[in-house]
Every structure is written in structure tokens, then in C-alpha cells.
Design a protein around this ligand. Structure first.
Ligand code: NPG
Length: 360
């Protein structure tokens, strides 16, 4: 699916989104239902080691056969059944999502209620890529603020950090909620440079150091005043608990795809809440399917910061579901059964490049 505009981060530029969707079918006493899962892996292994073709392979070869062999399954058991296979969190998350959606649709329960959502709409932020110039960045931020976004996240990398942040603060003032995301582009040797961001009153700096460098983040958190938020480093509730205990993060970005699914995402929410650590819902340029699930997750009580849960038109001219529309800086949490949204058949057909039916 073509993106409305190229999205540049410290790890690359995305112009199109190559998306693997899973559809599962189920039947029960009340009839039949289908469920949809969206895999957030990118075409290339630049954000994480997973990539689309790899997720298709591991699903086909290992995950789907193992799940089928387990007999009757419910969404909350998928993670446990697939646990013997190491890693492959994005593939596992997509499968769990599809199974849970089918189960909830069959019984008429909503995703939000199942997860424990306490809000009917969620406040939204927007992630702004690295721009071609400061002028272009200011125009883009201005457009998003005019649209009503409640928080701005700027992607940064060495050479595009202090000046863009300064320019946005000077132009739009101290009151806008502003944060930055480095996607692992720095090392601890950059601590003094990153401390220069302190004067801008940022909500947080996200994943400045490499994924494995949890201790480095703990050292950085002592050296700068901007709160440190982890994304890539947090792969489970266990790694979240360790990072919190080590003082490596004051905030956590929760992305279900990165941690193996919505059940694990909820456990991270619970661990963080028990430690008084704020969480927010990240984004991976999802279609309306993943967006529906994320918006419901973001409605849990511990999600106290606006997430990267932007409206459909931030990403796609035409989404594959009815679009999510920003109202007053918020998106509504779907209330229907399961995800509460389904792919629009014509639109899905238009963007589908290949399909595979795995009968078990
Ligand atoms: O709004 O969905 C969105 C994009 C938010 O910046 C965003 N995502 O590092 O968090 C990230 C980044 C990302 C996008 C990561 C695509 C990987 C792929």
C-alpha cells in the first residue's frame, strides 16, 4: 500500500507498506466467524530482525502447524502454544490477533472490553519523519497541529536533532507536547550532545541507544533530564521489568507486534503500572485492522500518554477498512464484536498481491 508521503527515520525511508494479513475461520454453536491479524513486519529487517517474507515463512512452516496441532485454541493461549519457537514476535502477534478476533466475533465480545479498556476514545499523537529541511518540517508540524494532533514526535538522528527540536519549540511554543525518537541511532558517547535536548522540555526521548544496550540507557538516564523511553529494547514483560529495575527507562512504548501480541502487551502495561511507569501505544504504520486493535489497547488505564495512533489519512489515501478519523485530537475506540472493523472487500482486492490458503 502506498503511503501518503515517504516516512524517513534514522534506519531508512518507507514509501510503501508491504503488509501480511492473516485470516482465520472458526465455528462454534452460534455459527461461524472469521478473524483478521495484521503483521507489522516491514519489507526489510531494518527496525527489527523480522521482515515480511520471513514472517510468512515461519508462519507457514512452524507457527500455523503448531497451533493447528494444539486442537481447540483461544486467543489467550496462542502465546503459550507458540512459546517453544524463539523470537518471531511479529509473526506470533499476527497469529494471536487473528485467533482472538475470530473468537471475540463468534461470541460478540469487543477487543476493548476483552483487554480491559476504560475509555471510549483515545488522545492521539503523530510521528513526524526526518524532513528535507527545517522549513519543510515546520510546515508538516503546522499541518498536524491544525488537524488537532495532541502530541508531536520528531524522528531524530545524528545531524538532525538539536536544531529541528529548537525550531519546533521556537515556532510552536513551550505548550505543545513534544518528544523525540532516535530508533537506536546514538551511543552512550553522545550523552553530552543528548543532554543539550534538556532545555526543550521534551516529554521523553525514545530509544536513543542500541536495542541490546539496556545498561547504556540506565547510564544515559542519569546523565540527562529528558525522561528515557524504551521501544526496541522491550520485547516482553520480563525485559520490561528488568529495564525498569535497572533504571533504564522512565516510560515504555508498547507495540504488540514487537512483543509477540496483545496479551503480552497487556502484561507490559500491568508491570509498568505496578512500578508507576507510564506507557503509550506505539505504531507501525498499521492499516485500519491493526489500528483498531491498538486504539483499544491505548484505552487501558495505564496508557497515560498520547500514542502513535494517528488517523488513517496520516498513512493512506484509502485504508482497507472504514477509515479512523481524528475528532478533537482523539480516535474512537471501536465497540463492535472483535476488532470492530473488517476489510472492505473491494479495497482489499485492489491492494492484494498474493494469497495463500493453508488448510489444516
Ligand atoms: O504512526 O504508525 C505510526 C508510526 C509511528 O514512528 C512510528 N513508528 O520507530 O516507532 C517507530 C516507527 C516505526 C515505523 C518503526 C515503521 C518501524 C516501522
Amino acid at each position: 500500500m502506498p503511503l501518503v508521503a515517504p516516512f524517513r527515520t534514522s534506519f531508512g525511508v518507507e514509501s510503501t507498506r508491504d503488509i501480511l494479513l492473516l485470516r482465520v475461520t472458526t465455528e462454534g454453536p452460534s455459527g461461524e466467524a472469521e478473524g483478521w491479524g495484521e503483521c507489522v513486519a516491514m519489507a526489510d529487517p531494518l527496525y527489527s530482525s523480522e521482515y515480511v517474507e520471513m514472517t510468512a515463512d515461519v508462519l507457514r512452516r512452524f507457527l500455523i502447524p503448531r497451533l493447528a496441532a494444539a486442537g481447540e485454541v483461544s486467543g489467550d493461549k496462542v502465546g503459550h502454544i507458540l512459546a517453544p519457537f524463539k523470537g518471531h514476535f511479529m509473526a506470533k502477534a499476527a497469529l494471536e490477533m487473528a485467533v482472538l478476533d475470530a473468537e471475540l466475533r463468534l461470541s460478540g465480545r469487543s477487543w476493548a472490553r476483552e483487554l480491559g479498556a476504560v475509555r471510549s476514545r483515545v488522545p492521539c499523537g503523530v510521528s513526524v519523519g526526518i524532513a528535507s529541511s527545517i522549513g519543510a518540517l515546520l510546515e508538516e508540524v503546522e499541518r498536524y497541529l491544525a488537524a488537532g494532533y495532541l502530541r508531536i514526535k520528531l524522528k531524530i538522528q545524528p545531524g538532525w536533532d538539536i536544531e529541528p527540536v529548537r525550531a519546533v519549540r521556537e515556532r510552536f511554543g513551550q505548550d505543545i507536547l513534544l518528544q523525540v525518537d532516535a530508533n537506536t541511532a546514538y551511543t552512550l558517547a553522545d550523552a553530552r550532545l543528548l543532554a543539550r535536548l534538556d532545555e526543550f522540555g521534551l516529554l521523553l526521548i525514545e530509544q536513543p541507544l542500541p536495542e541490546e544496550d539496556v545498561l547504556g540507557h540506565a547510564a544515559l538516564a542519569k546523565a540527562i533530564r529528558t525522561p528515557v523511553c524504551l521501544d526496541e529494547s522491550i520485547t516482553s514483560a520480563r525485559t520490561a521489568a528488568a529495564a525498569i529495575t535497572l533504571g533504564a527507562c522512565q516510560v515504555i512504548n508498547v507495540k504488540p507486534g514487537r512483543v509477540g501480541g496483545y496479551m503480552e502487551a497487556r502484561r507490559i502495561h500491568d508491570v509498568a503500572a505496578a512500578h508507576g511507569v507510564a506507557v503509550w501505544c506505539g505504531g507501525m504504520l498499521e492499516t485500519g485492522l491493526g489500528r483498531a486493535a491498538n486504539v483499544a489497547l491505548a484505552a487501558l488505564p495505564g496508557f497515560t500518554l498520547p500514542g502513535d495512533t494517528s488517523a488513517s489519512d496520516r498513512y493512506y489515501h484509502a485504508d482497507i477498512t472504514t477509515p479512523f478519523v481524528l475528532r478533537d485530537g482523539h480516535l474512537d475506540v471501536p465497540a463492535g464484536a472483535g476488532l470492530g472493523v473488517t476489510p472492505l472487500p473491494d479495497r482489499l482486492a485492489e491492494v492484494t498481491q498474493s494469497t495463500e490458503w493453508i488448510a489444516l
